[in-house]
Write a protein that binds this ligand. Structure first.
Ligand code: AKB
Length: 320
C-alpha cells in the first residue's frame, strides 16, 4: 500500500490529483500538503492535511516520517508568466525546493513525481513534432527551473537509485481550481467567459498553437507513469505528453459552434506571446505511448462538451 504526500494540494492540478489519488489508494493514505491558500472543503475534509512549504525541507521531513510516506508528488511551482515577474521566488520553489525534496526522498526511500512542462523547451527547439530528446534552451525562468528539475530527477535516479518519474505537461484545462499565472490559462478562462455570457479578451494572438490536455487525462498520466513497470522505462523522467494542439481561433470556434452568441477579441499580452511563441506547437509523445501506454481520452470536441456542461451547472447553481 502506498503512503503518498502531495505538495501543492491547493493548486490547479494538486486539488484534483489529491482527490484522484485518495479514490485510488484510500483517503487516509494520501496526505494533502498546502502552504498559504486553503484547499477546497472536500480536499480538507476527505483525508489527512498538513501545512508544508516546498522550500522548507524540515517540515516536509517531519510529515514524511509521521505518515511513513513512500511517494511524493511535488506540484509546487510558480507558473510561467508569474515566474517572469518573480524569478527569484520561482527559482527557490522550482530548484531549491525540488533539490530539498529529492534529498528527503534519497534518505527516506521515497519515489518522486516531478511535473515538467512544455515550458522546458525554447525557441531553438524544433517546435513541430518536438522530439522527446532534443535541444532544451528555454528563455524563461519557469523553463530554467523545469530543465533543472528534469536533470536533478535523472541524476537522483542514476546516482542514488531514487525512483524519480515525471511528465512534460502541456497546458491543462480544468473546471475545479483555476490556474494562475500561466501562459496557457486562456484556454481555461475562455470557457468561463462563454458560460457567463461575457466577451472573451484573448491574450495570445491567432495562430499561436500550443499543446493542451483535459484534466482527467493529466491525472491518469500522473498515476500511470508512477505505476509503470520500471523495466519498460527507457526515460523515466520528463515524458512528452499531449492530447491536442490548437490556437485561440480554433478553441473559440469550437465553443461558438455550441454557443453561437459567444464573442472573442484579441488584446495580446507581449510577455505571454513571447513565452508561447518559444514553446512547441505540437510535441511528439511516442516515447510515453511506447514505454507506459500513454493514450489520452479527450480531444478538443469531447473536452469542450464536458467543460461547458460542468461549468454551466456551476453557473446555474450560482457557484461561479
Ligand atoms: C503555464 O502556462 O505556465 C503552464 C505550463 C504549460 O506549464 N500551464
Amino acid at each position: 500500500m502506498k503512503n503518498i504526500l502531495v505538495i501543492g494540494t491547493a493548486g490547479q492540478i494538486g486539488s484534483e490529483l489529491t482527490m484522484h489519488l485518495r479514490n485510488i489508494y484510500g483517503s487516509s493514505n494520501v496526505v494533502g500538503g498546502y502552504r498559504k491558500t486553503m484547499p477546497a472543503e472536500e480536499v480538507m475534509e476527505s483525508g489527512p492535511m498538513e501545512k508544508v512549504d516546498a522550500t522548507e525541507p524540515e517540515k516536509i521531513l517531519e510529515v514524511v516520517k509521521k505518515y511513513k510516506i513512500d511517494t511524493i508528488y511535488n506540484l509546487a511551482a510558480l507558473l510561467s508568466a508569474v515566474a517572469e515577474e518573480k524569478p527569484q521566488a520561482a527559482w527557490n520553489v522550482g530548484v531549491n525546493g525540488v533539490y530539498g525534496i529529492l534529498e528527503i526522498a534519497r534518505e527516506n526511500n521515497c519515489a518522486v513525481f516531478f511535473p515538467s512542462s512544455i515550458g522546458a523547451f525554447g525557441s531553438s527547439t524544433p517546435l513541430d513534432n518536438t522530439p522527446q530528446d532534443t535541444i532544451q534552451r528555454p528563455g524563461t525562468m519557469y523553463g530554467v527551473t523545469k530543465v533543472a528539475g528534469e536533470l536533478l530527477s535523472d541524476y537522483y535516479f542514476k546516482r542514488f537509485g531514487v525512483d524519480t518519474r515525471g511528465l512534460r505537461y502541456p497546458g491543462i484545462i480544468s473546471n475545479v481550481t483555476l490556474p494562475g499565472g500561466g501562459t496557457t490559462d486562456y484556454a481555461v478562462e475562455i470557457y468561463y467567459a462563454a458560460i457567463k455570457g461575457e466577451k472573451f479578451v484573448c491574450p495570445l494572438p491567432k495562430g499561436t498553437f500550443l499543446d493542451m490536455m483535459y484534466m482527467p487525462d493529466a491525472l491518469d498520466a500522473a498515476v500511470n507513469v508512477m505505476e509503470a513497470d520500471p523495466s519498460k522505462l527507457k526515460h523515466r523522467n520528463a515524458f512528452n505528453i499531449t492530447a491536442m494542439s490548437f490556437d485561440p481561433d480554433i478553441i473559440y470556434n469550437t465553443i461558438k459552434k455550441r454557443i453561437p452568441e459567444f464573442e472573442m477579441e484579441y488584446d495580446v499580452d507581449p510577455v505571454k506571446q513571447g513565452i508561447a511563441e518559444s514553446w512547441p506547437n505540437k510535441m511528439d509523445d511516442s516515447a510515453a505511448r511506447e514505454e507506459w501506454g500513454w493514450d489520452p481520452k479527450f480531444d478538443l470536441e469531447a473536452m469542450t462538451d464536458d467543460m461547458l456542461k460542468v461549468i454551466g451547472e456551476k453557473h446555474k447553481k450560482g457557484l461561479i
